[in-house]
Design a protein around this ligand. Structure first.
Ligand SMILES: [Cu+2]
Length: 144
């Protein structure tokens, strides 16, 4: 039930997510974007869980292991087309993409405990294709 409520919350306030637990949808289309996570920047506290819902199939979540996550975070890559969740315990910025659409702008950031200390490392991540521009815009937003 709780997950369902969080899911509804996500639907109604889809551009703003500061909550205990957050649901992000994996979508083929949202507004004018194709292949997109419903929330591209999510801020949470350590101990919170993010749920990625496979609303549309053909997507997954893969942390960008080369410089895209805080030190000490292990590899994380979900199965394509499956719901997935991750409990965040290490503060910092986590950059991730959908493996099949990593060149198509399907990327996202999770910020834990408002910790931006690995921002320089995030800026050096090699985003691909269409994701470069989107990453730059999201990083600019983080720097606010
Ligand atoms: Cu995808």
């Amino acid at each position: 039930m709780r997950y369902f409520v969080v899911f509804l919350f996500g639907l109604f306030f889809s551009n703003f997510a500061v909550a205990e637990d957050v649901t992000i949808e994996m979508l083929n289309k949202l507004d004018k974007r194709n292949m997109v996570f419903s929330l591209e920047i999510v801020k949470i506290n350590s101990g919170d869980t993010v749920f990625w819902k496979a609303t549309d199939k053909g997507h997954n979540v893969e942390f960008i292991s080369k410089g895209g996550v805080p030190d000490g975070v292990e590899k994380f890559k979900s199965k394509v087309g499956k719901d997935i969740e991750f409990n965040f315990t290490i503060p910092g910025i986590y950059a991730y993409w959908c493996t099949p659409h990593k060149t198509m702008g399907m990327i996202g950031f999770v910020i834990v405990d408002d910790d931006l200390s690995n921002l320089d490392s995030i800026k050096k991540v090699k985003f691909l294709g269409k994701s470069k521009k989107i990453a730059a815009a999201l990083i600019a937003e983080l720097e606010g």
